[in-house]
Every structure is written in structure tokens, then in C-alpha cells.
Design a protein around this ligand. Sequence first.
Ligand code: SF4
Ligand code: SF4
Length: 62
Amino acid sequence: MQSKRLIINRFKCAYCGACISVCKNNANELVETFLRIDENKCNCCGLCVKVCPMNALSIEEV
Ligand code: SF4
Ligand code: SF4
């Protein structure tokens, strides 16, 4: 069975918060200077991937 997962490249992330403001599932949050993704809440809708100015987010097949 194939499933998807949201991946963050922590070297690219600028902690701007854009991905958090578009997420309807509250699946991502900034913890100090660390973007955390809750895999149980994230449905891989891809909205955050589109708005990230740093190209730090991607959805991969796992
Ligand atoms: S939108 Fe991109 S650069 Fe901004 S906090 Fe999210 S992952 Fe980081
Ligand atoms: S892929 Fe969609 S559900 Fe997952 S963190 Fe990004 S905006 Fe939220």
C-alpha cells in the first residue's frame, strides 16, 4: 500500500509561518525555531507546499 507524507527540508525553512496560516487541519506549528508536522492530522492536501516561499516542503510517496 502506498501512502504520502509531508516532508520538510529544515535547511531551507525560514520559519515564516506561511504554511501554518493555510493549514486547515492545524497539522503544523512552529515550536520555537522548529516547524513540527503532526502526521496524524496532516492529510497531505499540499496547500502548505504551494505557499512556502522557500520551497522547503514537499509531498513524497512512502
Ligand atoms: S512556509 Fe516554508 S519557510 Fe515558511 S515556515 Fe513553512 S516550511 Fe518554513
Ligand atoms: S499538507 Fe495540508 S494538511 Fe498537511 S500540513 Fe500542509 S496544509 Fe496542513
